[in-house]
Design a protein around this ligand. Sequence first.
Ligand SMILES: Nc1nc2c(ncn2[C@@H]2O[C@H](COP(=O)(O)OP(=O)(O)OP(=O)(O)O)[C@@H](O)[C@H]2O)c(=O)[nH]1
Ligand SMILES: [Mg+2]
Length: 345
Amino acid sequence: MPRQPYHVAVDRVDFEALVGGDIRSLARAISQVESAGAGTGELLERIWAARGAELGAPSHVVGLTGPPGSGKSTMADALTSLWRSDGRRVAVLAVDPNSPFTGGAILGDRVRMQRHALDAGVFIRSMGARGHLGGVSLATRGAVRLLDALGWEMVVVETVGVGQSELEICEIADSVVVVTTPGTGDGIQVLKAGITEIADIFAVNKADMPGLDRVVRELRDMIRLSASRAQWKPPVVPATAAEGPEGVRALAEAIDRHRLQMQESGELAQRMVRRLRDEVVEIVALRARSFAREQLAGQGLGLPAAEARRADPEAAADLLLERFRQQGSNIGQQGAVTAAPRRDR
Ligand SMILES: Nc1nc2c(ncn2[C@@H]2O[C@H](COP(=O)(O)OP(=O)(O)OP(=O)(O)O)[C@@H](O)[C@H]2O)c(=O)[nH]1
Ligand SMILES: [Mg+2]
């Protein structure tokens, strides 16, 4: 099976500039990761090698999710200003699985984020669905991996649009912030099933609007009633993102507190391992799927319709998996599977 679709073409990225913190090179590298889908391969390996023994703290990946118009982008902007004021570099990835667009920020967000345009410590990027072999989730994971290797302290993943992928994308984050708002039709009933369970922090944005107390109370009741044994009880934090940094200070504090608690409890390390495992599973699934499609291209299983009706798809799948194991890249090799960089193997 050809491997190169999964590999980032290192030569197309100015490596020195990239490691030196150049934003344009970073944008180019992420485009490569995005179109390559699964792996950042050699590029990551080189970055880690260039960093040497000193690893530093991993990026704090903060997921922002919630109903359309709840103020996620405004919040990302305000948090960015706040974190910049204490010297952290901030990357914002706006992920929209339904959008074909990729590259720059979405128009409204671009205008809003204009103030950061000259700041080399801010990177803003929208991740659309175009050109990915592995979908937006794998591309985002790749981008996060790259930003972590390059030492970005904060990575905000804002999910735009709706759907199951929203949950999936939240799994990338260390701290999931679910954003809701007071007022009619909003509050907790607009939150999708499943989203409340993965929330680490609830932000009630637009705290300047009437009805704040009620939403805060509803959320706190809900958290109290949920029979979670976890040490961390999601705090409910009012925010006024439109006010800028001051409007999200309490939220930023909650985000830092959550990170600290995760670090101390060992949860951060566990999530990191789990994320790597999920990513590997996703890549395997992706490769196996494209292998199966290639194998079956054109003639299907070569069966006439009457036979196809009585065919056993399980048996056919077993056959393909066996073939995949024999031919299909290094995944099928015997022995322990390692995710260590190639030079260590
Ligand atoms: N009153 C008030 N309005 C706010 C606040 N924060 C954001 N808004 C407004 O809410 C609207 C939507 O904000 P966005 O930041 O675009 O919301 P979003 O969640 O990113 O929206 P989508 O990306 O479309 O899902 C904008 O008009 C903001 O100006 C706030 O704290 N108070
Ligand atoms: Mg937005």
